[in-house]
Design a protein around this ligand. Sequence first.
Ligand SMILES: [Zn+2]
Length: 371
Amino acid sequence: MSDDFGVRWWRTDVSTRVLLSRDGLSEMFAMLHGGGGSRKARHPFFIVDKALKGQAEFNQLWEQGDVFAFDATASEPRTGDVDSLVRGLHERESEPDIIVGVGGGGTMDLAKAVGICLKNPKPSAEYQGWGFNMARGVDVWVMPTLAGTGAELTPIAVLRGPEKKLGINTPLVAPAFAVIDPALSKGAKHFNRFYTMMDCYFHHREITISKTSAPDAMADARDGLELARSVLSRDLSNYDGAVAVASARASVLGGSSSVSGRVGAAHAISYGLSNSAPTLPHSVAVTISMLGLPDLYEDCGAYSETLRFLETNRFPAPRARDYGVNASHVGRMVKTALGMDKLWLSHFGDGWEKIVTPEFIEKIYIKIIEA
Ligand SMILES: [Zn+2]
């Protein structure tokens, strides 16, 4: 491997300290115990993806007294998960001074939400959205075991609440520290490895053609796009060390480019689908959306590349109806998608309202359902 392994490869300043490591767990434990440049030992509470149980390299995590196993397969973390963890931690004699999240995007988001909600009085559902006046939370450290979500850097914790799936959005939610060891993605399933990187590709693709994203974000997104494309052009059914490093770099660029960059039409359409299908993973929702938008994405090549990546990895084109989405959902999906004004502005620029009418969106959803 090259000597520039850990040298900063993104342009946009992020508040999270990033460490790219070939021995992430040992380095993280050394720092938690007061070594590696940090002086005092910390009192961590671990939130770990349940799927990592039984993978030998993660044994040390389960041996910690304070660990919660999060089942990320069923749904994004729910506001109820956050609230019950926060309640449990408040009842202790001494609260943790650091929350460590190890897993995919959902697990990291749960850790981020618990970290901030520990120091804020209301139930987490009351912080879903933007612009709340929140106190700084407990430090959150994250270790991604799946590359592509960018959640290791982003100031968002996406939660499924009683009423809506929406993030807690505040700069205070960004992790203090991300320890990224690309080899930790070794045990990920082919499906997850592929689709998470697809979402990463869509983020980069949408930002590179955005009308409202900042130049640094677009430059990061262009680099990320090249990396994601090189990864997805391979069969990802088996783990490959070099591919894992490229994936980890693309993921970090997805986090950095989202600071001042904005996604566009494919993501706007995906949110309508997600609201109607609780079991539909976000990454699959965006893939379905991309395949429903050939007119908007053929010029940049994203539509045909999406088909090629699926074919290379021997996955059929995903269909909305396989996740229970049908004609009865169209009205509500149109309303959700229409509300994504910032994303439509990003895609079309000024005057988007003349193009993105309810009829325009309805046609897209009908086509997606019939695919
Ligand atoms: Zn996405």
